[in-house]
Design a protein around this ligand. Structure first.
Ligand code: GLU
Length: 305
């Protein structure tokens, strides 16, 4: 039987230049799709209109092109889709699963909410059955989550499971200022674009069960997930946007795309030793089993050229 056509996506946030971690996640997403003749979708995640801009979006497209990571179609940016998100919000409302939440930030961070080791808190359901909502304040809206374990096998991280009731609590889907949250927007956008495979950084692993729950509510199939490891400096520090000299603006000045991709591919074990290589050449030999879930160490100050 022929495998269903793979539809993957790039979903960058146009708030600055791509850094090495973004480049690595985008490379793997692209390799997975192109090595199986799939389709690639690009979407700008610009819900946060204060931090994002169409200028950054244009630079991101140019960076992806420079890297040799192409796409087949671009869907509307999230900032233009609140009408669409509204429809799905109404659907959850009709299902009786939404309620307004008036908790302030300081209430949420108080001792009442159990905190998890990663610094997030579990919403204790304070406003679930509120009898006297405070007057004159706009609420955020939360969706009730079931006491159920969501599990899946990640292409890189293996088996993963989360019970949203004990590990997350009822989730905000729309903020008090009317802006829809990432989890809802991403679920709707991936679902409507027919995305079958979500590949992104490991830092979003715990978002997958949240999105799987919303997919079930809103009538979308679950995609496959691949959460790629974080890139670490030799001393174990995570490479991040703060390393200004490692964003693509700087790297493009001093390397070719093949040199940059060769460094990433060698560090991740996709090739045995460093050599300049294009994304297209890597796609000819890419298989997921080449990528382990271990952190990837990259001496980014001494990239090979
Ligand atoms: N927009 C997110 C980011 O740039 C990625 C979200 C996703 O891939 O689901 O980190």
């Amino acid at each position: 039987m022929e495998e269903k056509c793979v539809v993957g996506r790039f979903a960058p946030t146009p708030s600055g230049r791509m850094h090495l971690g973004n480049v690595f996640a985008a490379l793997i997403a692209w390799l997975s799709v192109r090595s199986r003749n799939g389709e690639m979708v690009l979407r700008m995640e610009d819900l946060d209109t204060q931090r994002t801009s169409s200028d950054f979006a244009a630079v991101l497209r140019s960076d992806l092109q420079w890297l040799g990571l192409d796409w087949d179609r671009e869907t509307a940016p999230q900032s233009e889709r609140s009408g669409v998100y509204n429809r799905y919000f109404e659907k959850m409302m009709d299902l009786g699963l939404l309620y307004p939440c008036y908790c302030t930030r300081s209430q949420l961070h108080s001792v009442n909410a159990p905190h998890l080791s990663d610094g997030t808190y579990v919403y204790p359901g304070t406003c679930r059955n509120l009898e006297n909502p405070p007057a004159g304040r706009k609420p955020s809206w939360r969706v009730m989550v079931p006491d159920k374990v969501w599990s899946f096998t990640d292409r890189v991280q293996g088996d993963y499971a989360l019970n949203l009731a004990t590990d997350c609590g009822d989730m905000v889907v729309r903020r008090a200022d009317g802006v829809y949250v990432y989890q809802l927007a991403v679920t709707v956008d991936d679902g409507e674009a027919g995305v079958t495979e979500v590949v992104r950084g490991m830092d979003l692993l715990s978002s997958a069960p949240r999105q799987m729950y919303l997919q079930e509510l809103l009538g979308f199939p679950h995609p496959e997930y691949g959460h790629v490891p974080m890139l670490l400096a030799p001393d174990g520090r995570r490479l991040s946007k703060r390393d200004k000299d490692l964003d693509l603006g700087e790297l493009r000045k001093r390397m070719t795309p093949e040199q940059l991709i060769g460094n990433l591919a060698a560090a991740a074990g996709l090739i045995d030793r460093f050599e300049p290589v294009s994304a297209a050449e890597l796609a000819r030999h890419f298989t997921w089993d080449k990528l382990s879930g271990d952190s990837i160490f990259l001496d980014a100050q001494n990239l090979k050229g």
